[in-house]
Each structure stands twice: as structure tokens, then as C-alpha cells.
Design a protein around this ligand. Structure first.
Ligand SMILES: N[C@@H](CCC(=O)N[C@@H](CS)C(=O)NCC(=O)O)C(=O)O
Length: 231
């Protein structure tokens, strides 16, 4: 049994889409960060670090998007969600490690400067540094899509849904994401990807440009993920 612990709009979206791509049955359990549910005693038993995502595989807990996405691709090889060539697979894992260790924390500095420096006076500088770094990181991601249909090249991999997290955060943070033409065109391709059953396909979501046009595709997962906070 697979159980995903996620929070709407958080980086757990990557693992959420990854799970949908496998076609396997799973349960999605919302842990609402906005309500501090990651700090409850119950969730601390799942992930004592108080972070999402966490994936329970028959009771064994996996954490970190990079590990979860790699696990899913290896567990469901018939879905061809990561390259089988070891060097190509390592290249994909390397990109996910960069997302996790550099790109994600750059946005965190914008959003949660208090986690990086003591005292309010220091926060404006931390935020500004975060904005500059995050934007430079998004430009680098944009360059990865130039001449490529998907982030690794011609084939879709589970590195792709991880890149979607930062596009969404960029829009949410007021960054001019549309200026990143390759990243934006890829985001539109991403939204057209067919998956399977959707729970909240009637909702539209302004964050992604063509959300309304493709309500039964990846966008439905994004919307379902976000709408969980309203349940
Ligand atoms: N590198 C981790 C990052 C996990 C992470 O920081 N998740 C955030 C949501 S985007 C979280 O759970 N934050 C809750 C908190 O820090 O209180 C991964 O990719 O899984």
C-alpha cells in the first residue's frame, strides 16, 4: 500500500504527480502546513523532521522528493519514468539534488527569511538575496528546456514534475515567469499530459497559464493538490 503525505501547493506536488504517473493505487493524506499539521505528534511519527512529502510503502517511510521519485521510477519500470542508462539516470538524480539543495532553499529565503537570519532587520537582505538566486535558478531551468521537449531531453521523466513546483512558486511569488519562454512552453506541455482519474477537474487554477483548457490532465492533479486545503 502506498500512502502519500502532502500539503497543497508545497514541493510534495512533485511526488504527487509522480505517483499519478505510475498509475498505481495510492492514498493521499493531506498534512496542512498552513495549520501546522506537520508538527503534530501523529505526523512526527511519520516524519520526525516535520516535512512533506513522505511516502509510506507498506509502512516503510520514504522522505525527500528525489528519493521518492527515484523509487517510483524504479518500482514501476514499465512506465519508463527515468532513463535506464545509469549515467543518464544519475544526470536526472543530479538535477533533482540541485532542485532540493539550491533551488528550493532560494525560494525559502524569499518566503521564510526568519529561518535564515536572526532579527527582523536582517530579513529584507535575506529576501532580496533569495529573489535574485531564485530568479537566476529559474533562468537556468529555462535553459534546460531550450531545444528539449522535456527536462532530460526527448523523453518525459519524473524530474519534470519536480520542475513544475518552481514554476508555480515563481508565479505565486510575482516573478515574471512568462519571460522564460522555454520553461513556459514546457509548463503548457506538462499540463496537457494525460494521467488517469481526477477528483476536482472542474476547478480552474490561475497559477498555470492553460489550466482552464485542460481540466482532465496534469492540471487536475495540481488543482486537486491545491484544493485539498479547502476540504
Ligand atoms: N528536500 C525536501 C524538502 C522538504 C520540505 O522542505 N518540504 C516543505 C514544504 S515545500 C515542508 O514540509 N515544510 C514544513 C516546515 O518546514 O515546517 C524534499 O524535497 O522532499
Amino acid at each position: 500500500m502506498l500512502t502519500l503525505y502532502f500539503s497543497p501547493g508545497a514541493c510534495s506536488l512533485a511526488s504527487h504527480i509522480g505517483l499519478e504517473e505510475t498509475g498505481a493505487p495510492y492514498e493521499a493524506k493531506p498534512i496542512l502546513l498552513a495549520k501546522g499539521q506537520q508538527r503534530t505528534e501523529e505526523y512526527q511519527k511519520i516524519n520526525p523532521r516535520g516535512k512533506v512529502p513522505a511516502l509510506s510503502v507498506d509502512g516503510k517511510i520514504l522522505v525527500e522528493n528525489t528519493a521518492i521519485l527515484t523509487y517510483l521510477a524504479r518500482r514501476f519500470p514499465e512506465k519508463k519514468l527515468m532513463p535506464t542508462d545509469p549515467a543518464e539516470e544519475a544526470r536526472g538524480i543530479g538535477t533533482m539534488c540541485w532542485f532540493s539543495s539550491i533551488v528550493h532553499p532560494s525560494y525559502q529565503r524569499v518566503n521564510r527569511p526568519e529561518r535564515f537570519a536572526e532579527g527582523e532587520a536582517a530579513h529584507a537582505g535575506v529576501k532580496e538575496n533569495g529573489r535574485k538566486s531564485f530568479w537566476a535558478n529559474c533562468q537556468e531551468i529555462d535553459s534546460m528546456f531550450r531545444g528539449n521537449e522535456w527536462i532530460m531531453g526527448s523523453d518525459y521523466t519524473l524530474v519534470d514534475p519536480y520542475a513544475l513546483v518552481f514554476y508555480g512558486w515563481g508565479v505565486r511569488g510575482g516573478f515574471p515567469m512568462k519571460e522564460l519562454s522555454a520553461y513556459t512552453a514546457w509548463q503548457e506541455r506538462m499540463m496537457k499530459r494525460p494521467t488517469r482519474t481526477f477528483r476536482h477537474h472542474s476547478f480552474t487554477q490561475a497559477r498555470f497559464s492553460n489550466a482552464g483548457e485542460h481540466p482532465r490532465k496534469v492540471v487536475a492533479i495540481v488543482v486537486s493538490d491545491l484544493m485539498t486545503c479547502c476540504r
